[in-house]
Design a protein around this ligand. Sequence first.
Ligand SMILES: [Zn+2]
Length: 81
Amino acid sequence: MKLHRLVAVILLAGLLVGAVAYCLSNEIARVGTPVYIGNVRTGVFHRRSCICLPQEKNRAYFHSRREAVEAGYRPCLMCEP
Ligand SMILES: [Zn+2]
């Protein structure tokens, strides 16, 4: 009976560690890929999927909406980021 309980605890701990590792890797992936793209010429930022993204050389990358706004950019009216 005690052994079963020990096994259950070990399994649960394993699941917990796995879940935490999964969340951390997601977080790293999220931080690693910029979500918004700003146009340094117009001061407008877009979602990555927007049809009016600026040329590669005029792009500024942001990881969050707040980051873009704090950098002085305003949201695009087309993609409404
Ligand atoms: Zn846009």
